[in-house]
Design a protein around this ligand. Structure first.
Ligand code: ADP
Length: 199
């Protein structure tokens, strides 16, 4: 199972990614989490990434792509993976296509978690009080939402044109949203199966 979970900051990708990945017994790979771990450990990657993250900007593609290529080549990804927060730019889509073609595999589904802007800002401000993430201040949150709209939202059409997308409402009870995502993934994979059967 090879999945992408896409959606704006605050849509709940991280929470849902862990649950859905567990259901398919594949690793949930969050580029944001990997960057934060590198920032915390003050690795060269973390030192390079921190200023971008704190400003709400994307880390340059070269750094992000190298990280993902390395992670997807680990043995635990052989059975599949769930990507949370990658790809976020058209260049990253191209890179992911190249990585998948190099390992001879393809995506099964792109799940798009949706929520309205006001809800997202409220959630992120609440999370700021709980987790204290340095990029959860109001100005930076607005910038992250802007960058998402400019750079990442267009990828939804790109994957829709490939027939891979499923849209899920990200507002509601966490368990209900997980059920909706699971149903969406099942729909996609049965669509792929029947495509394969009809050639
Ligand atoms: P959110 O979902 O709230 O945007 P993430 O934890 O996914 O938060 O990402 C936090 C930050 O990490 C992003 O704002 C960005 O600076 C960096 N980042 C994560 N994934 C990518 C990516 N694919 N490309 C560029 N930067 C990324």
């Amino acid at each position: 199972m090879r999945l992408i979970l896409m959606g704006p900051p605050g849509a709940g990708k991280g929470t849902q990614a862990a649950r859905v990945a567990a259901r398919y017994d594949v690793p949930a790979i969050s580029t944001g989490d990997i960057f934060r771990a590198n920032v915390a450990a003050a690795t060269p990657l973390g030192i390079s990434a921190k200023a971008y993250m704190d400003a709400g900007e994307y880390v340059p593609d070269e750094l992000t792509d190298a990280l993902v290529r390395d992670r997807l080549s680990q043995p635990d990804c052989e059975r599949g993976f769930l990507l949370d927060g990658y790809p976020r730019t058209t260049a990253q889509v191209t890179e992911l296509d190249a990585i998948l073609s190099d390992i001879g595999s393809r995506l099964d589904a792109v799940v798009v978690l949706e929520a309205d802007q006001q809800q997202l800002v409220e959630r992120l401000l609440n999370r700021a009080q709980v987790e204290g993430r340095s990029d959860d201040t109001e100005d930076v949150i607005r910038r992250r939402l802007e960058v998402y709209a400019q750079e990442t939202a267009p990828l939804i059409d790109l994957y829709a044109a490939r027939g891979l997308t499923e849209h899920v409402d990200g507002i509601g009870r966490v368990d209900d949203i997980t059920d909706l995502i699971n149903a969406a993934v099942d729909r996609r994979t049965s669509a792929l199966d029947s495509d394969a059967m009809t050639g």
